[in-house]
Design a protein around this ligand. Structure first.
Ligand SMILES: NC(=O)c1ccc[n+]([C@@H]2O[C@H](COP(=O)([O-])OP(=O)(O)OC[C@H]3O[C@@H](n4cnc5c(N)ncnc54)[C@H](OP(=O)(O)O)[C@@H]3O)[C@@H](O)[C@H]2O)c1
Length: 284
């Protein structure tokens, strides 16, 4: 029934838009429909699948993961389920109290969970450097890095390093974090033979960036600030980061891969703060 509905909508769209425009739209329309209807992909999971369902039967208890933005939303749920499956978690957070509460909640559900909360503000290069040196001094292995934290500023703000806040938090911060932790990830993968994974959480909104999108002067001194544009730029940069780093990791034959992922549309803090952003009407 769902497949028939998609075919019907494809046929209507082809008539309405013509085949040239259709060829440009086909990918996104099919994806959007699959998403809205919760149709499972080739791996058997779709937008209605939960993290618990996806990880059922897997017990990765020998792994250590760092996840940014685990104090709320998608990051908090990812942390909860990874901890439930036995992964040792390191949660860098700018708000230690909030992170402590998430840790307590996870421990109530999974008393054996091993969780370390450490301070890090992704909008500050100094804070990221400080976190990385503190983490590395613990001597822990590192198998998984989930670059998940995200921000969408309504108004123009500069970080202490004088970069636009949304771009700095979502992209520059995660770029630096990954760069500083990559050696540990490659070392862990080499020593253990366990494939290391880096995940950049991005968004389909990256498609909104026009060809001439990256104008760095304009980002630092915009004539008129558009928060959604800054967010889209940061998310495109997350993808470009993953693509280039994937190439480099392959070239050096490292047993570590990097991928970027759009998590779907979920009513989390980032969405609740920005009603109207293609999100109203979705409630996953
Ligand atoms: N929700 C969606 O529909 C959707 C769609 C596409 C992509 N995404 C992406 O999914 C990721 C997770 O977002 P979410 O939806 O779960 O939003 P969320 O509930 O607002 O969570 C954002 C997380 O990022 C953290 N964060 C923000 N600025 C930070 C900073 N300077 N330093 C450290 N941590 C910081 C927040 O920490 P605090 O608690 O300290 O604020 C929070 O833990 C983001 O990358 C977002 O772009 C979400």
């Amino acid at each position: 029934m769902q497949i028939a509905m998609i075919s019907f909508l494809k046929w209507i769209s082809r008539l309405v838009f013509g085949s040239y425009i259709w060829s440009k739209l086909e990918f996104s329309i099919t994806d959007a429909l699959r998403y809205i209807m919760g149709i499972a992909g080739p791996n058997g999971f779709g937008s209605n699948s939960t993290a618990e369902q996806v990880t059922e039967g897997i017990s990765p208890s020998h792994l250590t993961a760092i996840i940014t933005g685990a104090t709320s939303g998608i990051g908090a749920e990812t942390a909860r389920v990874l901890a439930k499956r036995g992964v040792r978690l390191v949660m860098p957070a700018r708000d230690l109290k909030k992170a402590g509460e998430v840790k307590k909640r996870i421990k109530r559900e999974s008393p054996g969970a091993e969780i370390t909360v450490m301070e890090m503000d992704l909008s500050s290069f100094a804070s990221i450097q400080n976190f990385c040196s503190n983490f590395l001094s613990l001597g822990l292995p590192l198998n998984i890095l989930i670059n998940n934290a995200g921000k969408l500023c309504r108004s123009f703000q500069l970080t202490e390093d004088k970069f636009e806040m949304t771009f700095a938090t979502n992209y520059l911060g995660h770029y630096l974090l990954t760069k500083l932790l990559l050696g540990k990830m490659v070392e862990t993968a080499t020593k253990t033979g366990v494939h290391g994974r880096i995940i950049n959480v991005t968004s389909v909104i990256h498609r909104w960036v026009a060809k001439e999108g990256f104008k760095f002067d304009d980002m630092l001194l915009p004539k008129s600030y558009n928060g959604t544009r800054a967010y889209a730029l940061s998310k495109l940069a997350n993808i470009m980061h993953a693509k280039e780093m994937a190439r480099q990791l392959k070239e050096r034959n490292a047993n570590v891969t990097i991928n970027s992922v759009h998590p779907g549309i979920v009513k989390t803090g980032i969405i609740r703060d920005h009603r109207g952003l293609i999100t109203d009407g979705f409630d996953k």
